[in-house]
Design a protein around this ligand. Sequence first.
Ligand code: HEC
Ligand code: HEC
Ligand code: HEC
Length: 424
Amino acid sequence: MIKQLVSAIALTLGVPLLSLAAAPADDALVARGAYLAKAGDCVACHSAPKGKPFAGGLPMNTPMGRIYTTNITPDPETGIGKWTEEDFEKAVRQGVSKDGHNLYPAMPYPSYAKVRDDDVKALYAYFMKGVAPVNQANRPSDIPFPLNMRWPLKFWNMVFLDKGVYHDKDGHDVAWNRGAYLIQGLGHCSSCHTPRGIAFQEKALDESGSAWLTGGVLDGWFASNLTGEQNVGLGRWSDADLTQFLKTGANAHATAFGSMTDVINHSTQGMNDQDIAAMSAYLKSLPPAGGTHAPAYAYDPKATTALLAHPANDAGAKVYTAYCMHCHGVDGKAFAPLLAPLAGNPNLLEKDASSLINVTLNGTQDLVIQGIPAAYPMPKYAPVLSDQQIADVLTFIRAGWNNGAPAVAPSDVAKLRKSTQAAQ
Ligand code: HEC
Ligand code: HEC
Ligand code: HEC
């Protein structure tokens, strides 16, 4: 009797019975997909600055030229509204679009290849039912013919794409495996943090490779070494330090800037404590790799105290006193975690100075934690300081406080000034 009544009401309302029964399960799937999309940071790449979420249009540099991300909203005409789950799976895990053309690996499908079937299903449900459709046509790439031909990517995939989802590894607990799955798969941390080879391929796709997460340059930023290395890596960070960084973008050692800001703003700060703890546990298990095998960093105030007493003697100290000291402190310790310390900061100790030059020239987009932008963001010095002055001040802070990192040449500053100018 009740059943008949429900059917009658459903019929009058024009609601198919099936959807009445399926609605709660569907909502849960869409919600899980929304969370996974956060873990994958899809929004960071698939939205243009000030553009609608997931409507695409963000320019991305590849070795061959500039491409634009695509509309992945469920708009049937310009987005992926007509895509089946199979179409979606092929794009996300195999790098092949609905019409069969290969995607450039700027889309991190080499990492997403590890995402499990049930998670792909949830992501698909979210993109079909949880994302607002936006009618916005895709923009063709700026890569000229014949370099824009995509068939060579098929061979790239044959050589470099490691098909097959993540399988739990024996000898590790549930948290470690969950962390490995997130870091290697949806988190695509290695797309920035693992150095790339001459064909733009990541030199390792998991911890079995010696280059795994040892740091790499992409788009003018050096993404830090995330292994247990004690100077340039995370060796001096506790589990709690790492968790704090992923949740809030700052801790006693460093502050997020450059391309890491997007990751904190859109992805890791919204992940649950259990997943953050799992990712930290996995990263903290990585043995030291990369770096220079120098003894562990120890703070030494001597050099700077002397230099700052007579700044005229050192060109770098002079710039530091005038432009940097009121924020980063006379002792290089600043006011962590509010303001980044420079003494002992792994990014300062790193041989590759790209990130330091870039942040000094161009500042960084704001870190936004729970809706609140950073209070004292790093200013842009490109209009104020010459290449020589920036080289001087960076050389000074890379040597000061026992940081022991090599000098920065004015020519390196000039190069980055030129290559980042277009984006500013
Ligand atoms: C690092 C940047 C980046 C991230 C993160 C990213 N994408 Fe992409 N994605 C791209 C680029 C670039 C393309 C277009 C590549 C091309 O044109 O060859 C693309 C293409 C796609 C396509 C194919 C669209 C089409 O019309 O062919 C789909 C589907 C897609 N991405 C889904 C996702 C999902 C889902 C996520 C999150 C789990 C995601 N992407 C995260 C950069 C990214
Ligand atoms: C789009 C590129 C990009 C991606 C993707 C990325 N990172 Fe980063 N990351 C960077 C850059 C650049 C830095 C250096 C600047 C800084 O310290 O914030 C960095 C710094 C870090 C640091 C601080 C290290 C230090 O010594 O200061 C941690 C920890 C980190 N990333 C973890 C992760 C994890 C975990 C993921 C994946 C969930 C990830 N990153 C994904 C670019 C990226
Ligand atoms: C208004 C305060 C302020 C001033 C002045 C300032 N900085 Fe910064 N700096 C920051 C903040 C804040 C960060 C962390 C990134 C962010 O949130 O913007 C930062 C980050 C950095 C970093 C990256 C450190 C890391 O976390 O790994 C370097 C290097 C740096 N600053 C160098 C300089 C130099 C050199 C000068 C002077 C020419 C300078 N800063 C002046 C506030 C400042």
